[in-house]
Write a protein that binds this ligand. Structure first.
Ligand SMILES: Nc1ncnc2c1ncn2[C@@H]1O[C@H](COP(=O)(O)OP(=O)(O)OP(=O)(O)O)[C@@H](O)[C@H]1O
Ligand SMILES: [Mg+2]
Length: 321
């Protein structure tokens, strides 16, 4: 049996009248790397923040099932939840300055995570902090530990944040677009770094991005979100070679290609999330729309993938009356 680290079923996240996430399901197993993709506003961040109960105070969340390491995230008391964060599941963000305190040295911040859960002497904490900096590719760690975040470049700050995230030795690392603000070379280095650390440590990884191309070499499985719903999920190779959902196909076609230059842009815009939708939420933009899309499709199993589209319905599946 594979151990499930994160298990989300039928998650809803609402901000007032806006339904940011509407019934999303997602799971990550031990040692597995999962990519969560979708265009801006599709509910990726809302989903993962809810998974750690780090959602903004104006968000209302509900789920049929929401567990981290088998613990019910929605009902867990705060102290237990805090222990779970950092030690079981750690998060890295797009902007490291949201995670790093500008007033404390990098060394103090990593040592703080190290000593939060374990009794370590200050000297041991320092040694381990230096070892973590080395692991994330920061040279001269002794000098670097004494510096403040503003003395680090953008890419170095990301590395320091990764080191702080690893300090709790988490089973699951959740990364919310950790490379989008960086230039391409630094981006590629960080992607390689995180992928390498994930494999070495056997961590689960949930990698959130709107960049499908970036995902390809990193993840085992991809979950595609649109307007707060999961449209398709499946093994990365199957998803790229044989995408089933018209939205996934459109996303792949929108990627720039060497032979064709810029990719094809999907016409139309995402739906108004303040309005209740009936039927398939992607239908208004879908080139394969059919009459039965007036009814929202369930998730159909298709090979190793799951697809929320009537096109993936087994022969004979009918719209329920
Ligand atoms: N604090 C908030 N208050 C009100 N609405 C919010 C808040 N945070 C997110 N939303 C809304 O929820 C929806 C989903 O947002 P979310 O941040 O999850 O998208 P995303 O997929 O992470 O996008 P991006 O790729 O731009 O990061 C959007 O319509 C957004 O405007
Ligand atoms: Mg986001």
């Amino acid at each position: 049996m594979t151990e499930t680290l994160l298990d989300i079923a039928n998650l809803h996240v609402r901000f007032g009248a806006t339904t940011a996430v509407a019934g999303a399901c997602l799971h990550v197993s031990k040692g597995e790397a999962v990519g969560l993709v979708g265009e801006s506003g599709s509910g990726k961040s809302a989903t993962i923040l809810a998974a750690l109960r780090l959602h903004p105070p104006n968000a209302r969340i509900s789920a049929t099932h929401l567990t981290l390491g088998g613990h019910d995230v929605l009902t867990l008391p705060q102290p237990a939840l805090r222990r779970l964060r950092g030690r079981f599941a750690a998060m890295i963000f797009q902007d490291p300055l949201t995670a790093l305190n500008p007033l404390l040295t990098i060394g103090t911040q990593i040592a703080e995570v190290l000593t939060r859960h374990r009794a370590l002497s200050p000297a041991d904490a320092r040694r381990q902090a230096a070892a973590l900096l080395t692991q994330v590719g920061i040279t001269d760690p002794a000098r670097r530990l004494a510096q403040y975040p503003h003395e680090f470049s953008g890419g170095m700050r990301q590395r320091a944040m990764i080191a702080a995230a690893l300090a709790g030795d988490p089973a699951l690392l959740i990364a919310d677009e950790p490379t989008t603000a960086l230039d391409v070379t630094v981006q590629a280095e960080l992607v390689r770094l995180i992928a390498g650390l994930q494999r070495q440590r056997g961590m689960g990884l949930l990698w959130v991005t709107h960049d499908l191309a970036l995902m390809a070499g990193i993840v085992d499985r991809v979950v595609v979100m649109y307007a707060g719903r999961v449209m398709e999920s499946g093994p990365v190779a199957a998803l790229y070679a044989n995408p089933r959902h018209p939205y996934t196909i459109a996303l792949l076609e929108s990627l720039p290609r060497l032979d064709q230059g810029r990719g094809r842009v999907l016409a139309g815009g995402p739906p108004d999330l303040t309005r209740p939708t009936s039927g398939c939420v992607f239908a208004p933009r879908c080139s394969a729309r059919m009459p039965r899309c007036m009814q929202a499709p369930p998730m159909f199993a298709a090979g190793d993938s799951h697809v929320a589209c009537w096109l993936a319905a087994p022969a004979g599946a009918e719209v329920a009356a």
